[in-house]
Structure formats: structure tokens, C-alpha cells
Design a protein around this ligand. Structure first.
Ligand code: PLP
Length: 409
């Protein structure tokens, strides 16, 4: 008899986005003429930068010629031309020096943040913020690192750290020990950012507890404030305790192309049960080169063009367009008396629901009365109740139209 991995049965069947989709479909069926505008799902809308397209076209041509054809990437961790561009542009410019073999190119931060837990022991205690990007939790549930979900949907065995208006949506380290800490800044869903002092507290905690921080910086490109850290490695001592995840998805519109990378510093250690220190970098290399097939040459050529002078300028224009959307959403909602967070140095706006409405109640109201789709904050965790998330990734004309409708509510 084939036995199923019962950990998968602990996951709730009705996941947030399918439920949103179900409600929107039902509404459209009842109101076929309604023009529904989505400010919900966090996908980008602007096309790839011309520099990226040109680089990908050139790479396709190279693949079609005998002399320049490429098969498997022997390194298994990404072409040196891309990893070199990453080191120089994403870290060198911030005063962080890394080695080429600390960078692992991949197909996404979702996969990397989901897979990374696999190389750490099953008994590790996981800490996440509440609300949280669901992948961190669900992959630990699948691995068997939790008990079943309780009433509020939270899993036994996970330490949830409330991110609320009271703590500026940046949780402080817990009182007790935890081992695997997921941090995400700029944050999805709250759109808030962490200062150097915030991250320094976490690095200090992780060093003291011999814990590891999984630092998801998928939205790093949206940071405009020069005082804010872009990388956790800007904090002294972080290389001993932190893994950082970056993605071209929201930086350069690669959600449909797929390219990201993860940094695993060589000095990062984990421990055997009897306390012997082990290097994490070669273990992740072993896992990555065994289970992951690599990113296509064409995609990596496109990703490297993100770092060319033209590429940088072009992707910045797109980021600025999204940030202008974010700022418009913030301003217009604030004028209408809404309490809003995020949306500065981040593409997400976290809106307190008016009149004490629940997240899903407000979702239904916006859908029915304004034909606008948002994401109910409660779907990201109990502390998200009473909020909805709006994204700035829409087309500017749609964002303006959605805001006009909200103003008429
Ligand atoms: N991490 C966070 C916090 C996200 O919000 C998302 C996408 O929405 C991802 C990772 C996924 O990134 P990628 O497209 O690189 O898999």
C-alpha cells in the first residue's frame, strides 16, 4: 500500500488566491457587464525592458550556431557572467563583498525560500511574521516541521510573530529560542521596510541563538530611501547567520521568464546534533546541483542585461512607474480618511478596513460596489484581519480608475 505524506493533508484546501478567484468569478457571472479592476494579486503588468529582450534575442541566435551553442551549464549554479554582475551591482555598490561561489542562480525566490528549509534538521523551530507570505509556512508544513492547523489557521509548532501597527509591522526577536527565522523586507503583504537597527537586532539574536535568518529581499529594488539597507549583509556579522534571496521577478518583470538567486555565505554554519559546526554553503550546493536543473542560458543572458547601463535605466523607469502608482494610492486613500501603511519603498499598500469591517467583508464591499479586487489581509494570517492589501503593479490608468471608484463609495 502506498502511503501518502500526511503532512500535505494538514494544508488548508481553500488557499487565499483560489478563494479570491472564486468570489470574483461568481461576481462576474452575476454582473457580466462589470469592468473589474484587480489590485489584488501581486503580478507585474509592464513588459520586459528592451535591453533584456535584445540580450535574449542575441542568446537565442547564439544557441542556433555551432560555435556558440551551449548545453548544460557545468557549474550548475549559474553562469559566471551573471553571478559577477550580481556581485558588482547588487552588493559591491552597497559595500558588501561576496565571492562568486556564494551566489546560486535559480528560477525563483518562491522555490528557493521553499526549498532552503530542506537542508536543515526537522526539529528546528521556525519563526515567521504574522501576516506572512504563505510559502514559508506551507513548505515547513509539507516537510513535517509542524503540527496540525488550529482554529485561526496557524500551525502548531511554528512561532508566529505579530506584525502590527503597534510595532510598525517589524516584529522584534522572540523571548525564547527559535532556529529558522523568515524575514521579508520590503514586506509582502504590509509594504513596510526594516531599518539597519531593526535588522541588527535580528542578526544579534541569530548569532546569540545560533539560528539562521532566511532574508527574502524580493522587493529590494523598490527601496528609495538611502538610509535603508538593501541587503542584510550590510549589517556587521550577518554573513555568519543569514541567507539572502533576491529575484528578477519584481525588479525586472521576470515573473513569466523566471530568474532569481540566493546567497549562502561560506562562513555560515549549522550544527550536528552533537554540536559540531558544519558549513552550509557546500550542502546547499550539493542540494541545488542535484535537484535543480539550472536556468536557461537565454534567461541568464536576459538577467545579466538587467545590470547593463541601459537595462538599469529601463528597469528603473518601470519601478518608478509602480512607485508612482503606490504613492497615488496612498495619497488618494489618505485624503478619503483611510489609514494606510507601506507603499513607500515598497509596491504594496496595507489599508486598514474602515468602520471595523472584517478583511473579507471589505473585500466583498469593494468588489460589489466599486468592482475592485483587493487581497484580504486575514488571508496572510490572523494579524492581517482588519486590513486589505492593494498592489501598485497595475496599469496606471486602471489604478486611477479604481481610485476614482473608491472615492465614489
Ligand atoms: N517572496 C515574496 C515575499 C513574494 O511576495 C514573492 C512573489 O509574490 C516571491 C518571493 C516570489 O518570487 P519569485 O517570482 O522569484 O519566485
Amino acid at each position: 500500500m502506498i502511503v501518502i505524506n500526511e503532512n500535505f493533508l494538514k494544508l488548508r484546501a481553500g488557499y487565499l488566491f483560489p478563494e479570491i478567484g472564486r468570489r470574483v468569478r461568481a461576481f462576474k457571472q452575476e454582473h457580466p457587464g462589470a469592468k473589474v479592476i484587480s489590485m489584488g494579486i501581486g503580478d507585474v503588468t509592464q513588459p520586459l525592458a528592451p535591453a533584456v529582450i535584445e540580450a535574449m534575442h542575441r542568446a537565442v541566435d547564439e544557441m542556433g550556431r555551432q560555435e556558440t551553442f551551449r548545453g548544460y551549464d557545468d557549474s550548475g549554479v549559474g553562469y559566471e557572467f551573471l553571478r559577477q554582475a550580481i556581485l558588482e551591482n547588487d552588493f559591491g555598490t552597497r559595500g558588501v563583498s561576496l565571492d562568486l561561489d556564494e551566489v546560486f542562480v535559480s528560477d525563483g525566490t518562491k522555490s528557493d525560500t521553499g526549498n532552503m528549509q530542506e537542508i536543515f534538521g526537522i526539529e528546528n523551530v521556525v519563526a515567521v511574521a504574522d501576516p506572512v507570505y504563505p510559502v514559508y509556512v506551507d513548505t515547513n508544513v509539507m516537510a513535517g516541521r509542524t503540527g496540525p492547523a488550529g482554529q485561526g489557521g496557524q500551525f502548531a509548532g511554528i512561532v508566529y510573530m505579530p506584525a502590527t501597527a503597534a510595532n510598525g509591522f517589524v516584529p522584534a526577536p522572540p523571548e525564547g529560542p527559535v532556529d529558522m527565522i523568515y524575514l521579508c523586507f520590503p514586506n509582502n503583504p504590509t509594504g513596510t521596510v526594516a531599518t539597519k537597527a531593526d535588522l541588527a537586532r535580528w542578526v544579534e539574536y541569530a548569532r546569540r541563538q545560533k539560528a539562521v535568518i532566511f532574508f527574502d529581499a524580493a522587493y529590494e529594488a523598490y527601496i528609495k530611501d538611502s538610509a535603508l539597507p538593501h541587503s542584510i549583509y550590510e549589517i556587521p556579522g550577518a554573513k555568519d547567520v543569514a541567507i539572502e534571496f533576491r529575484s528578477c521577478s519584481k525588479t525586472a518583470g521576470f515573473t513569466g521568464v523566471r530568474c532569481a538567486y540566493t546567497v549562502v555565505p561560506k562562513q555560515l554554519k549549522a550544527y550536528t546534533r552533537d554540536g559540531k559546526a558544519v558549513d552550509v554553503n557546500p550542502i546547499w550546493r550539493r542540494r541545488h546541483t542535484t535537484k535543480f536543473n539550472g536556468v536557461s542560458y537565454i534567461t541568464q543572458a536576459g538577467a545579466a542585461a538587467v545590470y547593463s547601463p541601459q537595462g538599469k535605466q529601463q528597469i528603473q523607469q518601470t519601478i518608478d512607474l509602480y512607485l508612482a502608482n503606490a504613492s497615488l494610492i496612498r495619497d488618494r486613500l489618505t485624503q478619503r480618511g483611510y489609514v494606510v501603511y507601506g507603499g513607500v519603498n515598497a509596491p504594496y499598500i496595507w489599508v486598514q478596513t474602515p468602520g471595523g469591517l472584517g478583511s473579507w467583508e471589505f473585500f466583498d464591499l469593494l468588489l460589489k460596489k466599486a468592482n475592485v479586487v483587493c487581497t484580504p489581509g486575514a488571508g496572510f494570517g490572523p494579524s492581517g484581519e482588519g486590513y486589505v492589501r492593494l498592489t501598485a503593479f497595475g496599469l496606471p490608468q486602471n489604478v486611477r480608475e479604481a481610485l476614482d471608484r473608491l472615492a465614489r463609495l
